[in-house]
Design a protein around this ligand. Structure first.
Ligand code: F6R
Length: 598
């Protein structure tokens, strides 16, 4: 978690504040900036979110052309002013902003305390500026002192280091947590995520693990922490900065839901070479792994592979992967992650690789840790997603996985050409159908109103839409803080039904598919115990409309595409319930967009 932004350009404090605002989704419990002004290091930090901080500090009044900033999601130490980044050394001339978690900081801190260093916070981060201070005292350059500190530290760290003794450069170092560097016409920048850099430059490089970079105006010098020079490799990022703004919608989430058809169309244009390479790599046993919403995409895809190709692919939560999967030599693991930086997923993929598996990455972030780690990758084309809740990235993951499934079916001779081209035509048509669903999704608002004061809800389905139901429940609970549980409808009678009494909300995902008859049975069981039923049904399904209390109709599609059209009303339901409860759907409490801790 946490966002780092650094720059060397005119009006640096204002640019840093702007950069931090774009990174706010990575954490927002405290904020700080350090700049060099008049040859001295100046630090401002506080508890709380960026807007009040900017109003109070007014960065535009500070004259500086270099600085670093940080927006925090607390790991070590409570969210308070003292624990806010950047952190300083004893001399107050070195400042460090950090994203990650240090594993051996306690023993390092003990040594530093014995050697007379004074600490001002409870964070793990604070050991870094003190270690760098010792390096400088030993005659090292800022770069070498940073590299030496990095060698002593175990754990995840992306850092930006500023020193008043080196007033025209920022030193960066990365291990596990992400750090991107951009060089533009007006300055040089570093940030935890690419969208924050886009207003300033589209030429971006991702620092790789255990590399240290010295950024100065117009250039960057990179080497490994062992001192081996590395040629910086910049790539041009095609996203427009404006795409990452709210574009007239009250929330990023709503805007991003409306972008889903475009994002899916772009993902349908994936170069065939990528899909072909990935599908040919799928050898031996195949596992799909991801976290949260990305796991739900894995789950839906495993049903699609089974139903369409009769191929068993096992979906595994990334956080459980190492405890569950042992047979990896010669097998394949597909890692799905919007950010490409989720620590659980990265760790599962590293483990799989170390045990001899081939790794295919499916991510929305081209220059991410997962793409670097994968043997081959597919990049979904969702564009930047700022709302904390995954929306368009989920649908684009489904589209990418469906394309991979069709390609694998053809390559393995499991799908006749004629059948595959019919399914591909349906896949190509789904963005237009989704557009229609999104246009009508405001119709969910009165339904959301009716149920917005409930304490709890079940989300139920069978077959591939178990993934849809679980995704609907996740969206509702994370945005509205209403307890919601998604599970296979057939499981109710094995326990959960005991909670059902008058007015209990059951949301059913019940399009016309092979499980519909059985789903109706489960709906009747809930209804008989007084549950209120809100069902997502296929257009014209009068039978279900007469059973359920409320329905939302989606167009008929082949079974494997139902999660695409059925997820949209559930996203809208969660969005409206959150708004009606007076909550900000873009910034749910306790969460961050990119979960870079295990
Ligand atoms: C839910 C949500 C999270 C993410 C999860 C994985 O709306 O956004 O559950 O899906 O943290 O993130 P990525 O896909 O970046 O690996």
């Amino acid at each position: 978690m946490c966002g780092i932004f650094g720059c060397i350009c005119s009006s640096a404090p204002r640019v840093i504040a702007d950069g931090l605002k774009r990174l706010e989704y990575r954490g927002y419990d405290s904020v700080g900036i350090a700049v060099i002004s008049g040859g001295r290091l100046l630090l401002e930090k506080d508890k709380g979110m960026i807007d009040p901080f900017v109003r109070r500090v007014d960065p535009s009044r500070i004259s500086a052309e270099i600085g670093i900033g940080h927006t925090r999601w607390a790991t070590h130490g409570a969210p308070c002013k003292e624990n806010a980044h950047p952190h300083l050394d004893c001399t107050g001339t070195i400042a460090v902003a950090h994203n990650g978690v240090l594993e051996n900081f306690l023993e390092i801190k003990e040594g530093l305390l014995k050697r007379g260093h004074r600490f001002a916070s409870n964070t793990d981060t604070e050991v870094i500026p003190h270690l760098i201070e010792e390096g400088i005292r030993d005659g090292l350059s800022l770069k070498s002192a940073t590299a030496r500190a990095a060698k002593m530290i175990k754990g995840a760290m992306a850092i930006a280091v500023l020193s008043s003794a080196l007033p025209d450069s920022i030193v960066c170092m990365k291990r596990e947590s992400p750090l991107a560097i951009g060089i533009g016409k007006k300055g040089a920048y570093c940030a935890s995520d690419v969208p924050a850099l886009l207003p300033y430059t589209d030429m971006i490089m991702q620092l790789q693990d255990d590399q240290v970079a010295v950024i100065s105006r117009g250039q960057v010098a990179v080497e490994t922490i062992a001192g081996k020079p590395v040629k910086p490799r910049f790539i041009k990022i095609e996203w427009e900065a404006g795409v990452a703004e709210k574009g007239g919608y009250p929330h990023f989430m709503l805007k991003e839901m409306h972008e889903q058809p475009i994002a899916m169309r772009s993902t349908l244009k994936l170069p065939h070479g990528f899909l072909d390479r990935a599908s040919r790599m799928m050898e031996g046993r195949v596992y799909l792994t991801g976290s949260g919403t990305s796991y739900h995409a894995c789950l839906a895809s495993s049903y699609a592979f089974s139903k369409m190709l009769c191929m068993d692919i096992r979906p595994v939560y990334s956080s459980e992967f190492q405890d569950l999967v042992c047979d990896l030599e010669g097998n394949t693991v597909i890692g799905v992650s919007q950010s490409g930086e989720t620590a659980d997923t990265l760790s599962a993929l590293r483990y799989a690789k170390s045990r001899g598996a081939k790794v295919i990455g499916i991510t929305n972030t081209l220059a991410s840790s997962i793409t670097s780690l994968s043997d081959t990758y597919i990049c979904t084309q969702g564009g930047p997603e700022i709302g904390v809740a995954a929306t368009k990235t989920f649908l684009t993951q489904l589209i990418a996985l469906d394309q991979l499934m069709l390609r694998a079916g053809l390559n393995a001779g499991r799908l006749p050409e004629g059948v595959a081209s019919g399914l591909l035509a349906s896949l190509n048509g789904v963005p237009s159908l989704a557009e229609g669903v999104i246009r009508r999704s405001e119709g969910i608002r009165p339904i959301a109103q009716k149920y917005s004061s409930r304490r709890s809800a079940y989300f139920l389905a069978r077959g591939i839409n178990v993934a849809t139901a679980m995704e609907g429940a996740l969206k509702l609970k994370e945005l509205s803080y209403m307890h919601a549980e998604g599970y296979p409808a057939g499981e109710s009678k094995h326990g959960p039904i005991s909670l059902v009494e008058g007015d209990f909300l059951c949301v059913f995902v019940a399009p016309r598919d092979s499980s519909r008859g059985r789903v109706i049975g489960n709906m009747m069981e809930m209804k008989a115990r007084g549950a209120r039923i809100f069902a997502v049904v296929t257009e014209g399904d009068d039978e279900l409309k007469s059973i359920a209390d409320d329905t939302f109709e989606v167009p008929p599609v082949p079974e494997f595409l139902n999660p695409v059209v059925c997820t949209i009303p559930l996203q809208a339901f969660a969005y409206y319930v959150a708004v009606l409860r007076g909550l900000d759907p873009d910034k749910p409490r306790n969460l961050a967009k990119s979960v870079t801790v295990l």
